[in-house]
Design a protein around this ligand. Structure first.
Ligand SMILES: [Zn+2]
Ligand SMILES: [Zn+2]
Length: 161
């Protein structure tokens, strides 16, 4: 999971796109994880926009899409599975999830969280992330996961206020 490497922008896809969904399905298949109907619907609900969504919001969207109620627990399980397989990312400061835009490629994503509109953008900077990990390693710490988030204002919100 911590393996990071350089790659072309072609391995990043737009949220809600067919290409992102295909890449997510392939990433799961590569780990031997089945892409069931319910998992697909959860992914659709998650990938709908560029805002992080809570498991409860995902459950609501899935209910709206399928016309039947789904337990938040089932959604949590699927979201955890997605995170474990690099198909989704958790935005810790929002206690929410986003579809991973590069499911075929492992990075410690740096999230830019807009506190005005809730939009999130993201950067990948392996030098920065790997630097943090190696500093931690040198201090005798074994990092399993990096949480890199900047809270502030997005370009749109900066220009409208
Ligand atoms: Zn990333
Ligand atoms: Zn904003």
């Amino acid at each position: 999971m911590a393996a990071t490497h350089a790659h072309s922008p072609a391995t990043h896809w737009e949220p809600g796109s067919r290409a992102l969904k295909d890449a997510a399905r392939e990433a799961l298949a590569a780990q031997g994880v089945q892409w069931t109907g319910l998992r697909e619907t959860v992914f659709d609900a998650l990938a709908e926009g560029d805002r992080p969504v809570s498991a409860y919001d995902v459950a609501d969207r899935v209910s709206a899409l399928t016309g039947r109620r789904i337990a938040a627990n089932s959604v949590y399980r699927i979201l955890d599975l997605f995170v474990a397989n690099n198909v989704a990312k958790r935005v810790e400061s929002r206690n929410a999830y986003v579809a991973n835009r590069h499911p075929t490629c492992a990075h410690d994503c740096i999230f830019l969280v807009c506190e005005a509109c809730g939009r999130i953008d993201h950067l990948d900077d392996d030098r920065l992330a790997d630097g943090m990990r190696s500093r931690a390693g040198a201090a005798g710490f074994d990092p399993s996961r990096a949480v890199l988030e900047l809270i502030g204002r997005c370009t749109a919100c900066r220009t409208t206020s």
